[in-house]
Design a protein around this ligand. Structure first.
Ligand code: SF4
Length: 312
């Protein structure tokens, strides 16, 4: 059960911005018992090889460092466990197990730290990054965070010192933005601080009904992100996660928006629009309206055919 949590900063922003309120303030619609949704759409539990380490794809693995965030998004893919801090925190013993597993699997060259929000636990982050960055096999480190949006004041010297532990590898920060109203002065200031330690910054977004299912809004969001030095990387179709059904946008609408944006935005400002295949079998790019063919099915990375659920 996802706890309700907003930072004082977000509480203020939510009062003046309905798009922010909808993302963070719970709604009775979360209680719907839609049969098509599941708790763990990406099957991360099944791919958890040791506590905190999810390994699905060849050369990269996901480390879930904590289940804590500065605020909880109501559409979170991991809402089955995010906010369950007791269960979610990685201990030193867990870290030792993770390192042991990585050494036994030298084909893993890239680590993606996520959670929860790794930047909300700078002490754990520092210890983890120190150990991961010392492994010769690890060539790339990525960290996913929403802290500049959910509580920009927490992007402080301690967080920057933790990130500065990465010296040998490129450090890519994957920030999460949904709406241009999130790009406040405080958030931009936090982003600037992170730019002093990151090799490059990317953004990830999710199509959300009533928040950003609109070409004008996304045009502004992606343009402003690029102007801030953040490359829009992915926009995902919202996962069919239990409790977040009311955020799902009809797929035809998403395709129409992304087709329009493709003709208006520069290639740099335009993110890849994907469906995170159910079962955790890959991020599948969605074809736009420039081509004509049957879009009711797609194949995942394992060539399994999956039917597209057309609307919420
Ligand atoms: S910040 Fe990320 S992990 Fe935390 S609730 Fe939002 S989407 Fe989930």
């Amino acid at each position: 059960m996802l706890t309700v949590k907003l930072s004082p900063y977000l509480e203020k922003l939510a009062k003046i911005c309905p798009a922010v309120r909808r993302q963070f303030v719970p709604s009775r619609l979360e209680e719907s018992d839609e049969e098509l949704t599941v708790e763990d759409p990406l099957m991360e539990e099944e791919h958890t090889v040791v506590r905190g380490l999810v390994y699905k794809y060849g050369n990269r693995a996901l480390v879930l460092l904590t289940m804590n965030c500065a605020a909880y998004c109501r559409f979170c893919t991991r809402r089955r466990k995010v906010s369950d801090i007791e269960k979610g925190v990685i201990s030193n013993a867990d870290l030792r197990q993770i390192i042991f597993y990585l050494k036994k699997h030298p084909q893993i060259k890239e680590l993606i730290l996520s959670g929860g929000d790794p930047l909300t636990v700078p002490d754990i982050l520092k210890t983890a990054l120190r150990q991961f960055s010392r492994l010769a096999q690890i060539k790339v480190l990525r960290i996913g965070t929403r802290l500049p949006v959910s509580n920009p004041a927490l992007v402080n010297a301690k967080v920057l010192a933790a990130l500065a532990e990465v010296k040998k590898q490129p450090l890519y920060l994957m920030l999460h933005f949904e709406h241009p109203a999130e790009l406040t002065r405080a958030t931009l200031c936090a982003v600037k601080k992170l730019q002093t330690v990151a090799t490059a910054m990317f953004s990830q977004s999710v199509f959300l009904k009533g928040v950003n299912d609109n070409a004008k809004i996304l045009y502004e969001l992606f343009s402003r992100l690029l102007e801030t030095g953040i490359k829009p990387y992915y926009i995902y179709r919202c996962d069919y996660v239990a409790g977040a059904e009311h955020f799902i946008v009809p797929v035809d609408k998403e395709i129409k928006i992304m087709t329009e944006l493709r003709s208006k935005l520069s290639g740099l400002a335009y993110p890849t629009y994907v469906i995170d295949a159910c079962g955790g079998a890959g991020k599948i790019p969605v074809p736009l309206n420039f081509w004509q063919f049957d879009r009711s099915m797609y194949k995942d990375f394992k060539s399994k055919k999956i039917k597209v659920l057309a609307s919420a």
